[in-house]
Design a protein around this ligand. Structure first.
Ligand code: GLA
Length: 392
């Protein structure tokens, strides 16, 4: 956690004064298992992490809305007002809070004065840890509180998801916004993406740390490759729907899919659909293992998930494959896989808490020996979703 006084001082340095300030924190997320199936009606099992976005906000007397992010200090204070909440490329990161205001306005919320906000954070962008969902939810929660609006966290997650899809233009599934909004410390969030029902699944991680290894690879071409994967799944679904009454690919069990797979003549489409169906089954199994306290089995399922993402879904990279494979060889590692959209980004590793330092030294050494590269890393526990940060 960043220190309260540092946050207040940082706000004051930008805006001159810092009275009546409110602060909020929205985490990033890792996905334990259930990758690339939120848009195929699957189950996903993410949790929030301790790293995330802080947003400080203060009401104004006029109609201006202004934002400053210390990640983009070179852009200075970005100005807009309540009457001008269109997407504008020149607004950069501030489009996220502006998009939240815009959608809330369209939903009938009334704003009779503007605000100043200040953003800082502890997660890198483009690392696959949901920095944008984190910013969206920090802004949505802060704005709701500032104006005394009544949306609950699920409504805010839906709103943020719409901003990401329709305002920013990134066609993502529901997982990230739900994880950032609704996670609970020491639990994973089991989200059923067919109907958006969710429940919290206790993680028996007293002696386990989440170690997130950032390959540092920029996720080049990630957006177009992501959309291609979605399209393949939609096409596979359309073909299967000619023979079966299903709404989503993940409505099929693995057995049912095996009976139908001959219908998918295109081998690429077949592999994409097989990933979706088998990954959904792995999530349901993972929840049973967690409820049984069988961490070794969970680790096994994470390994299978990684392999499916590597071979069938083709969203991994050689670096992520290497990081996961090396990690698994260490005795302190219970499970390792790529996490998030892939094409770069991070692996998530379940590591025996007392052995985290030894594990990281080992992995850094081996990775450097094989690639000449270094990685950055984050250590976390499963954390709470978006929440206020007391400043007094
Ligand atoms: C990104 C998207 C999510 C999900 C994951 C892959 O994080 O935003 O909706 O599809 O990729 O599981």
């Amino acid at each position: 956690m960043l220190k309260k006084q540092e946050l207040i001082t940082a706000f004051r340095q930008v805006y001159g004064e810092a009275t009546d300030l409110k602060a909020y924190f929205a985490p990033g997320r890792v996905n334990l298992i259930g990758e690339h199936i939120d848009y195929s009606g699957g189950h996903v099992l993410p949790c929030a992490i301790e790293q995330g976005t802080y947003l400080l906000i203060k009401g104004r007397d006029d109609q201006s809305i202004r934002g400053y992010s210390d990640k983009y200090a070179d852009q200075g204070i970005i100005h807009s007002d309540l009457g001008d909440t269109e997407f504008r490329a020149g607004r950069g990161w501030f489009n996220y809070p502006v998009g939240i205001v815009d959608l809330m306005k369209k939903q009938g919320c009334s704003f009779n004065h503007g605000f100043d906000c200040f953003v800082t954070g502890t997660i890198p962008e483009e690392a696959g840890l949901s920095s944008s969902a984190s910013l969206e939810l920090a802004a949505a929660f802060a704005i709701k509180e500032l104006y005394g609006l009544k949306q609950d966290k699920k409504e805010l997650a839906l709103l943020a998801h719409r901003v990401e899809n329709d305002f920013i233009g990134v066609k993502c599934g529901f997982m990230d916004q739900f994880a950032v909004a609704l996670s609970k410390a020491e639990y994973a969030l089991l989200l059923d993406c067919r109907n958006l029902n969710y429940e919290h699944v206790p993680l028996c991680f007293d002696r386990v740390a989440l170690v997130i290894i950032d390959s540092g690879q920029k996720r080049a071409l990630a957006h177009s490759a992501y959309n291609e994967r979605r399209k393949s799944c939609e096409e596979a679904l359309a073909l299967l729907q000619l023979h079966r009454d299903i709404d989503f690919l993940c409505d099929l069990s693995v057995k049912e899919f095996q009976h139908l797979e001959l219908l998918l003549e295109d081998p690429v489409m077949l592999r994409r659909a097989r990933h979706a169906v088998t990954e959904n089954a792995r999530v349901l199994q993972a929840v049973l293992e967690l409820r049984d306290g069988s961490l070794a089995q969970l680790g096994q399922l994470m390994e299978e998930s990684h392999r499916s993402l590597q071979v069938d879904y083709e969203v991994s990279t050689p670096e992520l494959d290497l990081l996961a494979a090396l990690a698994r060889k260490h005795e302190a590692c219970i499970g390792a896989r790529m996490t998030g959209a892939g094409f770069g980004g991070c692996t998530v590793n379940l590591v025996v808490k007392d052995e985290v330092d030894v594990f990281i030294d080992y992995l850094a050494g081996q990775y450097h020996r094989e690639t000449g590269e270094e990685f950055s890393y984050y250590i976390s526990a499963a954390a709470d979703g978006v929440k206020p940060v007391p400043l007094v």
